[in-house]
Design a binder for this molecule. Structure first.
Ligand code: DGI
Ligand code: FE
Ligand code: FE
Ligand code: FE
Length: 188
């Protein structure tokens, strides 16, 4: 596995400065959330460093990996914005030498979520929604909910994403709907 500093330098070189600033925000937020809710902060930070590693890859490059490396082919029928997450997990494993499945899955599902999200999945996905650089209407509510409940905050996050997709007449990836439904059962 690459060292923490090697990863930071390599990931930083993959993206514009503003996206690196976002990544640092996710790292710091994920560590706080991990400590608050009992997840491993070292793993949460590692997943956060790498979570958007493929964000600026060309669509064709991501598509090739999805097709040739056996990633879920149905992704290709949904928004391209979803692709960098599973591709990122593939890159984290292959190019960065990450072997920890908890970390790889947190990267893989950081955009879509999934049914049965692990504590690590929740921490990274929520950190991505609420890092200090984020500014969208629901973010204040999400940060407030995150003081006490990882799940309630994530539901608010997925609700805002799903609402936005519906308003724009776009498709919703089924895992996002499953993630939200599952979290609602969990908090009830
Ligand atoms: O990579 P980031 O910009 O930090 O954030 P992200 O990975 O959570 O999300 C990328 C975008 O994907 C987000 O703005 C909404 C969009 N998106 C498109 N279709 C879907 C979707 N997000 C989810 N969760 N589910 C979808 O079906
Ligand atoms: Fe992302
Ligand atoms: Fe996200
Ligand atoms: Fe992100």
């Amino acid at each position: 596995m690459k060292s923490r500093n090697e990863m930071i330098e390599a990931v930083r070189a993959e993206m514009p400065e503003r996206r690196w600033t976002h990544t640092v925000g996710v790292m710091e937020t994920a560590v706080v959330l991990a400590e608050r809710f009992g997840a491993d902060p070292v793993k949460a930070e590692l997943a956060s460093i790498l979570h958007d590693v493929a964000k600026y890859w060309q669509t064709s490059r991501m598509e090739t990996i999805i097709r040739e490396e056996g990633l879920p082919a149905e992704l290709l029928q949904y928004d391209k914005e979803l692709w960098h997450a599973p591709v990122g997990a593939f890159v984290a494993e292959g190019d960065y030498g990450v072997g920890d499945l908890e970390v790889l899955d947190a990267i893989r599902y950081h955009t879509s979520g999934r049914e049965g999200m692990t504590l690590m999945d929740k921490v990274v996905c929520l950190a991505d929604y609420m890092e200090p650089g984020r500014d969208f209407p629901a973010v204040h509510k999400i940060r407030e909910l995150a003081e006490h409940s990882l799940e309630a905050a994530l539901i608010a996050g997925f609700d805002s994403t799903i609402s936005h997709l519906l308003e724009q007449g776009r498709r919703v990836y089924p895992l996002t709907v499953m993630a939200r439904n599952d979290l609602i059962l969990y908090v009830r």
